[in-house]
Design a protein around this ligand. Structure first.
Ligand code: NAD
Length: 250
């Protein structure tokens, strides 16, 4: 009675936070998982948190912002598992916050490169193998953010990258539907992960007051939505940007 039996999922950013929770919940739902992260050690740590079967899960050290690394990873996954992935989740992401008037060009480029270009490269490389394989239902899930829709002080680079991911997702959905590939974006709100651990306590409390449900979300609350989107139960959802924010929309 599991949601993702027979699925092979590639999860970028799988070494931490939301990506790690996605790997765990996908494994619980019966998927095989390729855990991809810039930091191979943390991807391997994720493996150790998954159910006992070793052959169903593998770790890959990949920089999603580098085209050659992404294509090499996708063919390695294909070779290692002996099958084409039917699910991909793009959860790799970084922040380099500063006010617009103070932000240096490098911080802008770095965030766009990982969050937006990295998502593009993985959608393209995975889309190529999925479309060639003529499968009945594939699902690509791009983790954007509510700030891609609403903006957030100190995050011109990050909110631009996430707005870009939403646009990319909607176009990819239109182009890939003829190959039975659905593409959706998930827009988390304020989630308790290593990424938000650096937010000062008083700022956290202020944000929590703004959230209608009055608390941060957990990585698992994002991962559950991804599991639904990865499964055939969401077969009529594509090109959607789904907010998972406890009601927060600034
Ligand atoms: P996190 O920092 O805990 O995890 C991000 C992971 O991405 C890390 O393991 C990191 O090593 C990996 N990564 C970074 N650059 C990479 C690269 N170039 N190639 C491959 N992997 C790379 O952060 P998180 O909070 O779990 O965030 C996951 C995703 O969710 C990100 O896209 C983030 O922007 C998004 N998001 C998070 C929140 C939040 O409140 N935490 C809110 C909205 C959206």
């Amino acid at each position: 009675n599991v949601l993702l039996a027979g699925r092979l999922a590639v999860v970028t950013g799988g070494g931490s936070g939301i990506g790690r929770a996605i790997c765990s919940i996908f494994a619980r739902e019966g998927a095989k998982v390729a855990v991809v992260d810039l930091n191979k050690k943390s991807a391997e740590e994720t493996l150790s948190l998954l159910p006992a079967s070793t052959s169903d899960y593998r770790a890959y050290g990949t920089n999603v912002a580098i085209s050659s690394e992404v294509t090499a990873m996708v063919s390695q996954v294909h070779e290692d598992f002996g099958e084409v992935p039917t699910v991909a989740v793009n959860a790799a992401g970084i922040t380099k916050d500063n006010f617009l008037l103070k932000m240096d060009e490098q911080s802008f480029d770095d965030v766009i490169n990982v969050n937006l270009k990295g998502t593009f490269l993985v959608n393209q490389a995975i889309g190529k193998v999925m479309s060639k394989a003529s499968l009945p239902d594939c699902s690509i899930i791009n983790i954007a953010s509510i700030v891609g829709k609403c903006g957030n002080i100190g995050q011109t680079n990050y909110s631009a990258s996430k707005a870009g991911v939403i646009g990319l997702t909607k176009t990819a959905a239109k182009e890939l539907s003829r190959f039975n590939i659905r593409v959706n974006a998930v827009l988390p709100g304020f989630i308790d992960t290593p990424m938000t651990a650096k937010v000062p306590e008083n700022v956290k409390q202020m944000i929590e007051m703004m959230i209608p449900v009055k608390r941060m979300g957990t990585p698992e609350e994002i991962a559950e939505v991804c599991a639904f989107l990865a499964s055939t139960r969401s077969s009529y959802i594509t090109g959607a940007a789904i907010e998972v924010t406890g009601g927060l929309n600034f």
